[in-house]
Design a protein around this ligand. Sequence first.
Ligand SMILES: Nc1ncnc2c1ncn2[C@@H]1O[C@H](COP(=O)(O)OP(=O)(O)O)[C@@H](O)[C@H]1O
Ligand SMILES: [Mg+2]
Length: 362
Amino acid sequence: MPRVKAAAIAAMIVVLALTTWFTSPRAVALHNVLHHLNFLPFMMAGMLFGWRGAVKALLFGILMQAPIIARHWARWPMDAQDQLLELTIFGSAGIIAGLLADRERVQRLRVESTKHELEDVYTELRENVEKMKKTERLSAAGQLAASLAHEIRNPLASISGAAGILKRGNASPDNKQECLGILEKESQRLNKLLTNFLDFARPRLPRFQRVDPRALVQSVTVLARHAAMRQQVAIIDDLSQQLPTVYCDAEQMKQVLLNIVLNAIQATQEGGNVVVKALVEGTDLWIEVRDEGCGMSSEELDRMFEPFFTTKESGTGLGLAVAANIVEQHGGVLRASNNPDKGMTFRLELPLERAQKMAGAL
Ligand SMILES: Nc1ncnc2c1ncn2[C@@H]1O[C@H](COP(=O)(O)OP(=O)(O)O)[C@@H](O)[C@H]1O
Ligand SMILES: [Mg+2]
């Protein structure tokens, strides 16, 4: 491409020289125009090829115009000198344009190299962040394994103690019953722990589908009613608002809500209420679970999503960790705050828009 441009400039110089040569000397006006047109190739050479290009174009122009100037010299020496002077001035203008173009080119190159450097730094940074995330995940996995070992050790100690008593064979019938009870309870506890842990450690991807939030909430309150009755707590669902269907994994959302509702029931004293309310807020679907329990201290609020964080004797501390994982996979948020009067409100916020996009992408 630069060759074509150089050839075009050279051709322009040659054509101008030839036309001038063959134009009658009496056509003064035409000569004047042709002469001034030499400005163009010099400028173009400067702009396209820098000051060196302009010098070359000027020398070539003078060379091509030399016979014309020489022919002129004999009759109108002043004119010929003028022509030479003007050619030189045109050429100088081209050279100045070339210098400016060179400077701009250098600056552009500098900007480009800075851009490349920045891109390199950015890539490196991203790789570092990925690496950090990976090590963080690994250390989280390590911590998790350590806590799991700790959680398993307690029931295992009870089980082996009870088994030891039974093995010796000298226990009273009452004692035997108690030992069998311990075996059953602790193995159930281990089973629950393991199931929850697997949910946490190997979360499956959500299978998005259209879900009616009303049906979702009702199916959870029906499931939780038994636990609520045992605790003598009333579950009330407040579904007065018109609700659009939402794209989510119904099973996973039920699990999330059930975890939150069971926590609320467990926290609430006899005779208290747990209210589950669904509403649309902006582009989000909010499901709020409000209890009348003891609320949470600031330390508990900080740690509640940590796996294995529990304040209950037979808790696994995985309910909220699993719930937060699932909600995150849905592009939503799970918030919790103490009520001004009594108890807690957990709020599940599912973005309608983004959830729809995610569903489309899957
Ligand atoms: N509604 C609530 N009111 C008060 N404390 C709560 C509530 N929900 C959760 N918590 C606290 O958060 C802890 C973690 O909850 P979770 O992860 O479900 O585990 P678990 O229920 O097995 O203890 C609970 O042990 C409890 O201390
Ligand atoms: Mg729980």
